[in-house]
Design a protein around this ligand. Sequence first.
Ligand code: ADP
Ligand code: MG
Length: 729
Amino acid sequence: MAIIRFQAVHDANSRKPNEISGKQNKTSDYFAVNVFDKSKMQKFLSQDAYSGVMECIEKGIKIDRNLADKVAVGMKSWALDMGATHFSHWFHPLTDGTAEKHDAFIEYNEFGGVVENFSGKHLAQQEPDASSFPSGGIRNTFEARGYTAWDPSSPAFIVRNTLSIPTIFVSYTGEALDHKTPLLKALHAIDKAAVEVCEYFDKNVSKVFSTLGAEQEYFLVDESLYFARPDLVMTERTLVGHASEKDQQLDDHYFSSIPERVGAFMREFETEAYRLGIPLRTRHNEVAPNQYEVAPIYEECNLAVDHNILLMDIMKKIARRHHFIVLFHEKPFKGINGSGKHNNWSLMTNTGVNLLSPGNKPKSNMQFLSFLVCTLKAVYTHQDLLRASIVSAGNAMRMGSNEAPPLIMSIFVGNKISQMLDELEVRVTNKKMTPDEKTELKLDVGKIPEILLDNTDRNRTSPFAFTGNRFEFRAVGSSANCASPMTVLNTAIAQQLIQFKKDVDDLIEKNVKKDEAIFQVIRKYIIDSKKVRFEGNSYSEEWQKEAKKKGLTNVTNVIEALDAYLSAKSKRLFKSLKILNEKELEGRTGVRYDNYTKKIQIESRVIGDIAISQIVPTALDYQTKLIKNVKGLKELYSQNEFKVLVGGRLELIKTVSGHITAIKSKVHDMTEARKVANKIEDARGKAVQYSETVLQYLEDIRSHIDKLEQIVDNEMWPLPKYRELLFSR
Ligand code: ADP
Ligand code: MG
């Protein structure tokens, strides 16, 4: 583009955020300074208020008003000490981001002045006007009330002078309107179910936490280029743009040294994250140019979900100080790797045992195997639902192409574990084992950690992989709220653990010894879930064929994939564990259909606008330039000389013309297709119509524009090109 050959501004923020009173501080000196965590609670709460809150958090009991009042007093004095002027309930509505409404602490006092006030009432509950948040029809606008309620299991924190209190968001009639409510219920369900299974192995286990470590991928784009691209501004992805001569083919970006301006940005957002208690650990360049990753140390799942969302927010804000824009879209650039958010997931007991990590005793390994096979079976049974939890318009562009796992929900467990499962399948039978057989089996099971040590194979093509001490759900998109996949995964596994307990108890009732009963059920689950295991290359075409033969599903259409939320099987699952009722499921699936429609609708409008108001006029100007040139030649030269000199120019004029005509007619047809789709009232029907009749134009129009980009005078081209977007840092 001709106008701004921009200059990247390298004024990496002069402020040194990790400097406290002039001295460089260690991370541990300021980690979580902005969080009302245990240590602050101990300091600012009375002894009985502190133990009261701790007990409620641990047991998941509701905090009563009296206790809330006491906590509010302490929280207020801490917040005021920290310079906070406002407080806000912070929640995750069913949109892409978070919501907050700030209230000042001040109130009039009886003398007409103001005082800071904040009570249990303010802490525990608020009634934001909920009518503008999506509910999928759960809430009629005439009963627009919704309320937010404090989630004490995720600590309050201060951002920009505002005390932010993590909350759930529900309608006045009690239906969940957010991501957090079902997640908390799912976490409670898996806690209960897992503790019961642990009882077979260790009576000291009284609580099981789900853990999550989310690896966040993202792109950075220079701010001035970003604002010159209406598609990026409006949709977070490039709707047009020809591939640059070089992108990721040399693999020279992955793990290479971090550019200086990017490094300054990373250090600053990390510092901000540390202040908020977000334990960031890893940073590196990703495969694509200008693509990066950040990963924290895993935490309890609910907290990790909050922290990931908060982190994304911090990154967006800090990036502006470095004149960058962060793109969390799953596929911002065509032909280049997209971004995911690997959800590393496991289960951890209050006794500090990772249930998906093999121990060094036969008993702990039986426990490990029990949890492993329950995971396999749950993923197999609810493969459609797991897929539904991660699909979106953006993620659909990433999935199935050759850098992201496909939409067949298979599991990679690694060669060694796979062999071991196969062996167990053969060795365990329904017959009573001899004491020798039993000892031998237990001894072999005890050897798992040793065999795992050299089990370093890492299959990066699998959407769901066992990585030695956890599972990695890789299909999650980079812009997603992890609550959605984490709710489904934990719910499905909770149900499986309940079933496991029942199956084992049934056998025990039939006088089978406990250990044998457990082995028999493990074997049954190995057989039942065998089809979900796949160790090969999930990107290959052969796998698609093989998976089909095995009966694994592969749904690439977003709407059809989302339908799985509403299947009888899914409804039963959510209902039986009281995670979401039918109305809630229908409501939130409706929101997802609607979100899909809106994304495509906006993209379609934007590309139409770029095409007609930027590309076509530019192409016409260029064509006029060519015509003038040809006319000039004709004037100057004889007929014969002209024929030689004009070369391919007449053809070029025709080619440009052809693209202009095609673009105009396709934009017209696309607009007509939108008009038809917009008349459809039903959310699902509309989304289907958009996917079947509008979506195709986006690629079609783009192909003409991208061809023009290669022909038209570079000085005249109105948009920054891929080589600029991807290589300026
Ligand atoms: P890789 O890229 O090799 O997968 P990373 O170090 O980038 O590894 O990310 C691994 C993530 O897995 C980190 O967030 C880490 O904390 C997390 N993780 C490790 N152990 C567990 C566990 N038991 N439960 C949940 N997440 C875990
Ligand atoms: Mg990973």
